[in-house]
Design a protein around this ligand. Structure first.
Ligand SMILES: Cc1cc2nc3c(=O)[nH]c(=O)nc-3n(C[C@H](O)[C@H](O)[C@H](O)COP(=O)(O)OP(=O)(O)OC[C@H]3O[C@@H](n4cnc5c(N)ncnc54)[C@H](O)[C@@H]3O)c2cc1C
Length: 409
């Protein structure tokens, strides 16, 4: 039992823990010693594990029961996350689908879409990807240029390019934001679509990262025909639909009370392998700072969960949670690399991955600058930043600022 569990939560935790104890030998090894090397085999083994978790009621914990979920609260979802992390087994393959895109379809999709797509997503039979970011539209998401044109028969034709699309290489469907009316202010002419990834005209190209993995892709669309029943939410109301996805994205990455499983004791164990490092005041200071941040994050996470449990939508604290956990984990990776030296890259695959992958997470789900702007405006009451709300791309504004600085110099 966790110190904060109510008796009902303790009972639920015991049930989850006992299922994981009984079945953890069936989980695939995806990292470290004995990990499955072939990427396709690893995906299939991970998919089979997601199916097992789904059959045991350990995915879609907060989804409504009519769509295969458990109809429970966010605290139960956190308990499942904590117990999966404690058991040392992987979570689900399609965290993006189940965590962010499924909830968007539940909130904005038609009943037919919910019946058609949700159960297969939950069981990992059909994995999904998020087709939002483009080469010239990340933070300024409403500036996307991929274009879907309406046809006389009610269908659409899609052209354009997306980038950084995680899991597109094995996804069955993508949830895509496209411009459907270029003649209105940019937030108003967008529509969300479901895109079958095997449709004619869809090309996926992998991008290899410094970690050695190729989790991201570029995705190209050349005259892709989309049926009318693939529109999610209102035509030209796609910005509102996308905001639902982004809210779930921040919660998935930053919320949840445990900061993606990065607890200070996990890092302390690695550092303790070097007795001299444990006595070094500088190492102790750096570790103390990041451990304090992770502890504060845990309690911020509980505040977020309390808000969710009461049916409220968490405010910018979910974004700050994301900034804090990523920075603390990056600082931990740096500290481990400084103390252990180059061996950190070979000693244990976990540290190698932490050091090389985590800095990239500073961009995912809203960059630090964007999230800090939100906190500045909504929490501290600072004057609003004109760039995104007023439809002026950041790059244009920066050029204008440089021009003005040049003129006054
Ligand atoms: C691990 C990972 C997984 C991802 N997976 C997906 C995915 O599956 N699907 C998907 O669609 N996208 C995905 N992305 C893309 C992600 O959403 C974008 O990287 C993010 O939105 C930032 O956009 P950008 O990379 O274009 O950077 P930009 O928006 O070009 O930003 C560049 C820099 O400028 C700063 N900046 C920009 N605007 C402002 C401003 N107004 N004020 C101050 N500073 C500003 C930023 O903070 C940043 O430092 C993923 C990214 C990562 C790293």
């Amino acid at each position: 039992m966790d110190l904060n569990d109510t008796p009902q939560q303790a009972e639920y935790r015991a049930k989850v823990r006992s299922w994981l104890e009984e079945h953890k030998h069936e989980a695939p090894v995806l990292q470290g010693e004995g990990a499955i090397e072939d990427e396709h085999e690893a995906v299939e083994a991970h998919r089979a594990w997601q199916r097992k978790l789904a059959e045991a009621g350990l995915t879609g914990v907060t989804w409504p029961t009519e769509y295969g979920g458990q109809g429970l609260g966010p605290l139960e979802q956190v308990i499942v996350n904590q117990e999966i992390s404690r058991a040392g087994v992987p979570g689900i393959l399609d965290a993006i689908g189940v965590g962010m895109l499924g909830p968007t379809i539940i909130a904005h999709g038609t009943e037919e879409q919910k019946q058609r797509y949700l159960a297969a997503m939950l069981h990992g039979d059909e994995v999904w990807c998020q087709l939002f970011s483009e080469p010239a539209a990340g933070s300024d998401l409403a500036g996307i240029q991929s274009r879907a044109k309406p046809q006389d028969d009610g269908s659409w034709v899609l052209n354009g390019q997306k980038v950084w699309t995680t899991n597109a290489q094995f996804a069955s469907f993508g949830l895509l934001l496209a411009r459907t009316d270029p003649d209105v202010p940019k937030h108003k002419g967008l529509t969300m679509f479901i895109v079958p990834m095997d449709a004619e005209g869809v090309t996926v190209r992998g991008l290899r990262q410094i970690t050695g993995d190729a989790e991201f892709n570029e995705v190209f669309f050349d005259d892709v025909a989309l049926d009318p029943d693939l529109v999610v939410g209102p035509v030209n109301g796609g910005w509102g639909t996308a905001l639902t996805t982004l809210m779930f994205e921040r919660l998935t990455i930053g919320g949840g009370g445990e900061g993606m499983g990065y607890r200070a004791d996990r890092f302390a164990r690695a550092l303790a392998s070097d007795p001299a490092a444990v006595r070094d005041p500088e190492v102790r200071k750096r570790f103390g700072e990041l451990a304090t941040d992770l502890l504060a994050l845990r309690f911020t996470g509980y505040r977020i969960l309390t808000a969710l449990q009461r049916g409220q939508i968490p405010g910018p604290e979910a974004g700050m949670g994301k900034v804090t956990v990523v920075n603390a984990a990056v600082a931990a990776g740096d500290l481990i690399a400084d103390v252990i030296g180059p061996d950190a890259f070979s000693l244990d695959d976990e540290w190698n991955y932490l050091i090389s992958f985590l800095p990239g997470l500073k961009s995912a789900g809203g960059t630090e600058e964007i999230l800090r702007n939100t906190v500045g405006e909504r929490v501290l009451g600072l004057p609003p930043e004109p760039r995104l709300d007023k439809g002026i791309p950041f790059s244009e504004l920066r050029d204008k600022e440089r021009e003005a600085a040049g003129a006054s110099a």
